[in-house]
Design a protein around this ligand. Structure first.
Ligand code: PLP
Length: 407
């Protein structure tokens, strides 16, 4: 008798073909053992999570006869109105951006914002223009909508406007979206120069292509001044700005926001989100709203995060300068969570290096290949510094450098 085939993998939708668990994630599971110094995740420092303040805020909400029950109830898809109003005010206070609370949609992490952008803009085969390398989670989100990628050159000042213009002019089909991370990008730590920002907005306007500005790290600047976000520049085009609570409060709450001034686009995003989850977790939206009500305490909290990460960034910079072989080139970021290093040796493969150093030297990082939309660059790596105290950073970089020297 013929054995029945197990399951229905042959019935899966074509769009699932690019949705595969990453082999790197499998390696990185090993690196969660306590003796491994891991620079792999993009994790905030858990000791900075405002646990007591959130516990107090939760108690106040639940004890309140109106907010208590409402915070546990179904809610509106666009988001909790006081939270939308806070986002509009914070964008104004920090960045000088004028928006209305109606322009704000609360999402389940910025990751959901990226998925919704894919859902409303991308048909199979549509082109997304990206930096090279780009945030892996964005590539994964757009992969699910069967996007094709057109990469644009990036230098120490971020996306190169001439390269963007050339890509848009010579693309075989008009691209549907330009995606970029303007501040302390993931993975490169690079910030888009102030003088390039308006130019990029104008190019997108001229070629009639929407722009997605993903900004989870903007507030985490350790020196120098903030640059104006792209969404601050008036344009007849569409800019969708993504911000998140993940790096300034707690990522496990999964609360973020997308800002879109274009009502015709918002009208499509809202039902797309409704179909996915009805609305973002009501209680967490109330919790954050209540937590940030004490503006001075919240500002002090963000300062404490910056002070801690600045010290860790300095520790990684010192360790890199002291230990890295001369043929390893790296950036020195003034914000965010990452160093990005390139090993300048012919055919060098950081995935092989990870196998070696994770096993033998108990240190881990993320090989850079997955951040390149065409997976064609093998000699880079991303190193996170936010999740580890300075002594461990020194020790880990020394172990990695020793591994690199004999690789
Ligand atoms: C560039 C970028 N976008 C989006 C996200 C996702 O953020 P969230 O936790 O809000 O989903 C991250 C997380 O690391 C990121 O680096």
């Amino acid at each position: 008798m013929k054995t029945a085939t197990l399951g229905h993998a042959n019935r899966l939708a074509a769009r699932t073909q690019r949705l595969r668990a990453s082999t790197i994630r499998e390696i990185l599971k090993v690196t969660q053992q306590p003796d491994v110094i891991s620079f792999a995740g993009g994790l905030p420092a858990p000791e900075l999570f405002p646990r007591q303040e959130l516990a107090d805020a939760a108690a106040r909400i639940l004890a309140d006869p109106v907010n208590g029950p409402n915070s546990l109830q179904y809610s509106v898809t666009e988001g909790h109105p006081p939270l939308r109003a806070w986002v509009a005010k914070r964008l104004h206070d920090v960045w000088g951006v004028e928006i209305s609370p109606d322009d704000v949609l609360v999402t389940g992490g910025s990751q959901q914002g990226l998925d919704l952008i894919g859902k409303v803009f991308l048909d199979p085969g549509d082109t997304v223009v990206l930096e090279n390398p780009s945030y892996l989670g964005a590539i994964q989100a757009f992969d699910a909508y069967q996007a094709e990628y057109l990469t644009v050159a990036t230098d120490a000042l971020g996306m190169v406007p001439d390269s963007l213009e050339r890509a848009l002019r010579t693309a075989p089909h008009p691209p549907k979206l330009v995606y970029l991370v303007p501040n302390f990008g993931n993975p490169t730590g690079v910030t888009l120069a102030a003088e390039r920002r308006e130019t990029i907005v104008r190019i997108c306007e001229r070629f009639d292509v929407p722009l997605a500005e993903d900004d989870p790290y903007g507030e985490l600047r350790y020196e120098g001044r903030h640059f104006t976000p792209l969404i601050a520049h008036p344009t007849t085009g569409t800019i969708i700005y993504l911000g998140t609570n993940s790096k300034i409060c707690a990522p496990g709450l999964r609360v973020a926001w997308m800002v879109c001034r274009d009502p015709a686009v918002r009208e499509r995003i809202v039902p797309a989100k409704q179909a996915a989850d009805l609305h973002t977790n009501t209680f967490c939206q109330y919790l954050i709203t209540e937590y940030v009500r004490d503006d001075a305490a919240f500002t002090a909290h963000v300062e404490a995060i910056k002070n801690c990460y600045r010290e860790r960034r300095d520790a990684m910079r010192e360790a890199m300068r002291a230990h890295m072989p001369d043929d390893v080139r790296y950036n020195e970021p003034s914000g965010g969570l990452f160093f990005w290093a390139t090993v300048e040796r012919p055919n060098f493969d950081t995935e092989a290096l990870l196998h070696e150093v994770a096993e033998r030297r108990r240190v881990a990082f993320v090989p850079g290949r997955a951040f390149f939309p065409h997976r064609d660059v093998k000699n880079t790596m991303r190193l996170n510094f936010s999740n580890m105290p300075p002594e461990r950073i020194h020790e880990g970089i020394k172990r990695l450098a020793d591994g690199l020297r004999i690789a």
